[in-house]
Design a protein around this ligand. Structure first.
Ligand code: GLV
Ligand code: MG
Length: 349
């Protein structure tokens, strides 16, 4: 038997650890804003960012120099202790499992601020075995440090093997919160011929068929990440967890960032990472449903109060399936409105 029996699945993995979540907490996570906790200047800005972003994540992994790893860990702990995060999520991205830092990252952070930490982002996840290891370790630490609520695990999808095992990763534990696409590491792992952090490539696309008039043929750039994002969304939604687009590294091209985020949103992702403050507003705009769309979705719900039958609205057929789509949009809009009075007014709630 390779899967745990249902009754075992929700048992705590250590005596004294809190019972696993049966449903994920309902929270808005349009942007996961990364900060480098070894940088005193940027760390000092965290208190004023609380409430302006949905999630604050102290990054300990890539982009933190080897000689600053311990300062980053300690800086994260100090920030977590000093601030009241209110409804803003507090996450950390720990170093990967085979690094010299992972064990102390998890032990020190859970031991010091485990009651404030919502989610641990685990990089370079290759299979369910990686999740099982962190799952067990977290249960032991939660028991030892009397942590009241289970700390969730968010996996980064950034190796070819991880993509091959994505279903099993999503299903590995009730601690699974979601999965983010990590296009930079994934590109390297797959042997893609790019040097970017997410986004498209001008040479990846299709050429229009030859024209009868011998005119010049148009080239249409395609989304390099379409397949992976769609596969990730299906795996996540099938297992009741959330899918996220990850980083967009070209800070000089906000339009391309917005287009990439929007593709992910339309395909089913609920958020993306913000690595630069200007990406916070991009993510807020993209991952909050469009006001026009919300108005139309509300009309669908109102036209079909019990969600059944078929009606025509503006020449478009509506039935049970469009009612369900409308509900996805209206439910999300309500969550956004609950956080943001300006959006509530825009949506007319
Ligand atoms: C993120 O970690 C990435 O590798 O893209
Ligand atoms: Mg990475």
């Amino acid at each position: 038997m390779s899967l745990k029996p249902p009754r075992k699945f929700f048992e705590p993995l250590a005596i004294g650890a809190p019972a696993p979540w049966r449903d994920l907490p309902v929270v808005l996570e349009r942007m996961i804003h990364f900060f480098p906790p070894h940088n005193e200047k940027l760390r000092a800005r965290i208190p004023e960012m609380i409430g302006t972003v949905d999630v604050l994540l102290g990054n300990l992994e890539d982009a933190i120099p080897s000689d600053a790893k311990i300062d980053a860990r300690q800086g994260f702990i100090a920030t977590a202790k000093a601030c009241d995060f209110g409804r803003t999520g507090l996450w950390t991205r720990v170093n990967c499992l085979n690094s010299p830092w992972f064990l102390d990252d998890v032990m020190d952070i859970v031991g010091s601020v485990g009651n404030k930490l919502d989610v641990i982002m685990l990089p370079k996840v290759e299979g369910p075995w990686d999740i099982h290891y962190l799952d067990q370790l977290l249960a032991q630490l939660e028991a030892r440090h009397e942590i009241a609520q289970p700390i969730l695990i968010h996996a980064i999808l950034e190796t070819a093997l991880g993509v091959a095992n994505i279903e099993a990763i999503a299903a590995a534990s009730p601690r699974m919160h979601g999965i983010s696409l990590g296009p930079a590491d994934l590109a390297a792992s797959r042997g893609m011929k790019t040097t970017r952090v997410g986004g498209g490539h001008p040479a990846y696309g299709i050429l229009e068929d030859p024209r009868a008039d011998q005119g010049s043929r148009q080239f249409f750039q395609q989304d390099l990440w379409h397949y992976t994002v769609a596969k990730m969304v299906d795996a996540c939604r099938a297992h009741g967890i959330k899918a996220f687009y990850g980083p967009f590294g070209d800070f000089s091209d906000d339009l391309a960032c917005e287009a990439q985020f929007r593709n992910a949103f339309l395909l089913g992702c609920v958020g993306a990472w913000s690595l630069h403050p200007k990406q916070i507003d991009i993510a807020k705009r993209v991952f909050s449903p469009d006001a026009e769309e919300v108005r139309f979705a509300r009309r669908i719900l109102e036209a079909m109060p019990d969600g059944s039958g078929a009606v025509m609205l503006d020449g478009k057929m509506q039935d049970d399936a469009t009612w369900k789509q409308a509900k996805v949009i209206v439910d999300l809009a309500r969550q956004v409105a609950d956080r943001d009075p300006a959006m509530a007014a825009l949506y007319g709630f």
